[in-house]
Design a protein around this ligand. Structure first.
Ligand SMILES: Nc1ncnc2c1ncn2[C@@H]1O[C@H](COP(=O)(O)OP(=O)(O)O)[C@@H](O)[C@H]1O
Ligand SMILES: [Mg+2]
Length: 356
């Protein structure tokens, strides 16, 4: 019998980032070390159906995987005797490690991590509490504040209060944040879904209404004018930080279209950054990672205002993971190629001593 471990790649999901997840999964399937791992794949549809598939990466990427012959219903079984997946015919398949690229709601927020904890299956990335905290932009801001991390001024709104007293709430935001423009965001999305830059009260009102489609908790922030820098962090007890990356957005800000609409935004290793500032950003990234209790991996995002003012923006515990996404790109620049990165994350998750 082979001693190859079986890895389950989970993708799709009931989140606004479903499509991005399909691209991350396709990249992983093209690059995972198949000499080392047997690979199983389950896609979760937008409606929440769990389907095991042998579709090639191209079909996963373009969404046609759903029509693939021989797809079958299969799901992670919480019964620890199974330690894996149960198919529609009641067949059990042992899984040694789960590599989930379910970005956003139900994937990145601790829900899936909770199921995997119950099932007793190791998985790449952060645990339940940390996933829940990093997914919620308000909670992560509060925790970062505790650690004295500098970030944009912000105001938190809840839709129900706003719906009954909009005028007072708009005024409260303006009094707290001062001059426009602001950024409005749902507390719990990613990929810039529901994010808007607003320049006056009217736009603020519209932005809040739009953000409320995604979450009843809404964040409004002062706008930071500066460079957008990102750091890839890897590890558990002794996390490492990658070189600093930079986003050059093709839109007025790094909107959904600028990220995925083929507008030509650039994500690359940052140039023209002093070593001192780069080191400080990398240290802050590790600080934030630890404050939020992350493990496995996360991408920590910043703004750099002027020459040396570092503002923490957000942390992503399940960052985009296509081979050209920032997270793998930064590790590649640090000498860890994409397929080795996948191996590291899997081995790290399965390492019981957790001494990484
Ligand atoms: N306070 C801010 N100042 C300036 N730009 C911002 C601010 N907040 C967000 N942005 C812009 O909006 C984009 C998306 O916001 P972000 O908080 O990163 O949400 P997401 O989780 O959807 O990526 C950022 O990449 C940046 O371009
Ligand atoms: Mg972001």
């Amino acid at each position: 019998m082979s001693d190859k471990k079986t890895v389950l790649v989970l993708f799709g999901g009931m989140s606004s980032e479903h499509e991005v997840s399909r691209s991350s999964a396709a990249s992983i399937l093209r690059n995972i070390d198949r000499d080392r791992y047997n690979v199983r794949v389950i896609g979760i549809t937008k409606k929440g159906a769990w389907i095991e598939t042998a579709a090639p990466p191209e079909m996963i990427e373009d969404g046609t995987w759903i029509n693939r012959i021989n797809n079958r219903n299969a799901y992670i079984c919480p019964d620890r005797r199974v330690h894996g997946i149960r198919t529609e015919k009641g067949k059990d398949i042992r899984i040694d490690c789960v590599f989930s690229v379910l970005h956003g709601k139900y994937g990145e927020d601790g829900a899936m991590q909770g199921l995997l904890e119950l099932a007793g299956i190791p998985y790449a990335g952060s645990g339940v509490l940390s996933s829940a905290c990093t997914m919620d932009k308000v909670v992560s801001k509060v925790l970062a504040n505790e650690g004295g991390i500098r970030q944009a001024e912000y105001c938190v709104l809840d839709w129900f209060t706003f719906a009954t007293q909009a005028a007072q709430e708009l005024q409260r935001v303006e009094e707290t944040l001062g001059a426009y423009p602001y950024f409005v965001k749902p507390a719990n999305t990613g990929s810039s879904v529901g994010v808007a830059k607003v320049r006056d009260r009217n736009e603020l009102f519209e932005g809040i209404k739009e953000a409320a489609k995604y979450d009843e908790k809404i964040l409004v922030e002062e706008s930071i004018v500066g460079r957008e820098l990102e750091v890839a962090v890897l590890g558990d007890r002794h996390p490492h930080a990658s070189p600093v990356g930079e986003i050059v957005a093709a839109d007025e800000f790094y909107s959904y279209e600028a990220k995925y609409g083929g507008m030509g935004s650039v994500a690359e290793v940052a140039e023209n950054l002093s070593e001192e500032v780069a080191d400080r950003i990398r240290e802050t990234a590790i600080e934030v990672y630890k404050l939020l209790g992350c493990s496995g991996y996360s991408r920590v995002d910043f703004f750099l205002k002027g020459e040396d003012e570092i503002y923490f923006n957000e942390i992503n515990s399940l960052p985009g993971f296509t081979s050209i996404s920032m997270y793998p790109k930064l590790w590649d620049a640090a000498g860890v190629p994409y397929s080795e990165l996948i191996t590291r994350l899997i081995e790290n998750a399965m390492d019981e001593d957790n001494n990484n």
